[in-house]
Write a protein that binds this ligand. Sequence first.
Ligand code: SF4
Ligand code: SF4
Length: 368
Amino acid sequence: MSESKEFKADSLEKVRQAVNVCTMCGFCKSVCPSFKSIGWDSALSRGRIVLTYGLLTGDLQPDESLVRNMYTCTTCADCVRRCPSKVEIVDIIELCRADLVKAGCILPKHKLMCDNIMSTGNPFGEKATREEALGRKPHAAKVGYFAGCTATYRSKETARATMSIFDKLGVDFTTLDETCCGSVMQRVGWPQGDVTELMRKNVEAIKALGVETLVLSCAGCYRMFKLEYPKYVDVPFEVLHITEFLARQDLKLKPMDGVKATYHDPCHLGRHCGVYEPPREVIAKIPGLEFKEMKYNRKTSHCCGGGGGVRSAYPEEAMDIASTRLDEAGSADLMITCCPFCVNNLSAAKGDRKIEVRDLVELIDELM
Ligand code: SF4
Ligand code: SF4
């Protein structure tokens, strides 16, 4: 942790009411992936609410253990779905994180990522421009592709495949003079003023090219443009996840005869944004694929463990959660998903399992 300043529950004041409606019923215990990995009540929604309440009343001051409990939440929102009292636990945790950051209680990995975003526009501190990294020059077009930092600088195959699909479909699309969408910063509690500035920059860059439809291949960036941007800035264009775009297309695909596949719903695309059917509609266009849902799918899908800043700060917990999810795929040869974070985290936890984890866009590009 960085050096602590005085803790003030400024953001948490907004959720005093919500904190008081938790009845401690414990229904959230049956779903919370961080609790399943860590095993302590303090690493589950109910326990986190107790800690938050202690901060609100001043009976608790942030220490290393409290910070750890607040940052081991993947923000998967499965507890929100399960909670009979409708406690908005993810909002509470993110507001608590905002107060912790203001008090100087930010984890070093998160601080580095946020400082990098402030200085280079991406969490990795990469100096290459988007144009250099993606190999395309932005131009005026009705369709804009927001690749996101991970697909631009790390999971480059996802960005390459998405652009290749547009080319094969004959879509005149443009890449963008992007900066980070702000998801990492918002998830870890960085000051909203800086996040809103990124939002403004991105919207201005998109508007300047005359984009009418923005397409995204990252579930985290999509959630930002779909749900978070409209709270702070005007978004004067349609926002589509690539699977929503592809579900509308007449795709002629090569067969994948006899391959047993399943689909993992990214939390930010599914539970947060309600996009469950478009990826399944695209998968259904693949001839010969033997598709079977996992027991926990759509609203009840389990987290991959990679979100909410957990992968960077607590990689062991992230691997543990990912292993559970991979085991839930049973005898499938292929786990399809559509978020570079999920692909990275699940692939990293694969070990000697035979299952392959693929981003849907990469698969579709290969089959076109
Ligand atoms: S399910 Fe909701 S009301 Fe019950 S303990 Fe968890 S957060 Fe509290
Ligand atoms: S959002 Fe997910 S990880 Fe966080 S408390 Fe809720 S169920 Fe647990």
